[in-house]
Design a binder for this molecule. Structure first.
Ligand code: CAA
Length: 258
């Protein structure tokens, strides 16, 4: 599979996607989003891959939707093309864990893309923002919903209504980011984290991911019920037997992903 606006590499059991449109700070144009959708689907289907890392450049994870490409779109255009819905949300459908490793700008659709991933690891240079209001529109790739769930109403309102950026430290403090690293270490740490996850049982990891994601979609009682059923299901896997026996026998578990 060949790509023009991103690269895909295999690092052990981790699939690494790097957005590569440097001239536009990885602005998310139609071609880039189509390529990203394909790359994510290919890695999700690859049995050699246990986790995915999505990253950008040192300067920008992504500076948002491509403003120059969309500025003349009419309502009829975006409605007919099902803009955003059609090509942007592949990351939300991946069953394997997907980590956003963010350095530099993650603005507008860039911030939204990072939030579609399962966790955000950030360089100390990262800057997050939803600046759409400054260009006469609003977040359109889930920003008003996901950001609010991440950081609460007041912070989300501040970011969405002022368009101001926040730095990595603040992003970690308010719960948008899981961890912050010195910029030079970000990719290595993200790959390490992904490799660690990829070393666990794949079906168990997928169940854990589904259970956490359920918290965003349901009531507490239903979410806990869903979790309980999945927890019970783990006892039907050989990996649960292996994991617990390995603990009892003081050895490393050898998961068969079954
Ligand atoms: N779309 C298209 N091109 C973009 C872009 C974007 N979102 N962001 C940056 N670029 C381009 C610039 O036009 C510039 O291109 P030229 O060299 O051809 O002029 C190049 O990338 C470098 O950018 P700057 O010269 O502006 O770099 P800077 O360091 O001075 O500023 C920045 C960096 C603060 C990120 C600034 O580029 C910026 O504000 N970008 C736009 C951010 C934004 O508003 N994003 C939201 C987009 S709307 C959206 O995403 C909707 C949605 O929810 C789906």
């Amino acid at each position: 599979m060949s790509y023009e606006m991103l690269t895909v590499e295999h690092r052990g059991a981790v699939g690494l996607i790097q957005l590569n449109r440097p001239k536009a700070l990885n602005a998310l144009c139609a071609q880039l989003m189509q390529e990203l959708g394909r790359a994510v689907a290919v890695l999700d289907a690859d049995p050699a891959v246990g986790a995915i890392v999505l990253t950008g450049s040192e300067r920008a994870f992504a500076a948002g939707a491509d403003i120059k490409e969309m500025k003349d779109f009419t309502f009829a255009d975006v409605f007919a093309a099902n803009f955003i819905t059609r090509d942007w949300e592949h990351a939300t459908r991946v069953r394997k864990p997907i980590i956003a490793a963010v350095a530099g700008f993650a603005l507008g659709g860039g911030c939204e893309l990072a939030m579609m991933c399962d966790m955000i690891l950030a360089a100390d240079t990262a800057k997050f923002g939803q600046p759409e209001v400054t260009i006469g529109t609003i977040p359109g790739a889930g920003g008003t919903q996901r950001l609010t769930r991440f950081v609460g109403k007041s912070k989300a309102m501040h970011m969405v209504l002022t368009g101001e950026m926040i730095g990595a430290e603040e992003a970690e403090r308010i719960g948008l980011v899981a961890k912050v690293y010195p910029a030079a270490e970000l990719l290595e740490k993200a790959l390490e984290t992904a490799e660690k996850i990829a070393g666990f049982s794949r079906p168990i990891v997928a169940m854990a991911k589904e259970a956490v994601n359920k918290a965003y979609e349901t009531t507490l009682a239903e979410g806990v019920h869903f979790e309980r059923r999945l927890f019970h299901s783990t006892f039907a896997t050989s990996d649960q037997k292996e994991g617990m026996n390995a603990f009892a026998e003081k050895r490393k578990a050898d998961y068969k992903h079954a």
